[in-house]
Design a protein. Sequence first.
Length: 200
Amino acid sequence: MTDHIGRAGLEKDELYAVAREFDQLRVQITIPQAASDLLDLVTASRQLTTLTGLVKDLSDEVLFRAVDDDPGLDFGPVIDAYTSAAVPAGRAMENYTEAYAQFGFLRRFAEAPESADLRDARAAAFHVVQERMELVRDDLQEVSDTLRGAADRLDGTPPRVLAALSRSARPTNSIYRLPTEAPAPGPVRLAYTPAPRHGR
């Protein structure tokens, strides 16, 4: 039987590591207070690329575990963590792309002749960026909290200990399956062999 002791710890570490990557991106994303604080398109594009990569990482983590057919492991709690985190991560993508569109608009009309309508449009674009970037930060925080919470709850009780616990005492958030016991051998039945017949 494969020794899975320590696998729960590895899964915890991976959940924490992915959460840190979302935290690092969140730190880079700021909410502009004035037009001079707005990101340039190069920086915004790099941040969006990073965010896209992190969302892909979530699906890769799920895929890696979904195809693992090890009978001793149940990745349900870990997969649930990553798929749950994908919801706020998807919202972060949506909110960032909405802000990204405004960066493109502001770039396009940066050198256009001034007019009252253009000033209003620029102000509206700025407010959209402010609102969406704040939402992105909130979304990224939710991703991180989801992954960390799942890691904190993941149980690492070894399989043999699980087997010794009563059904009500077993942790529900374990990645280990109970060891399968070989069926007890039934009574040995010998084929009937008639006794040899002796001549009289």
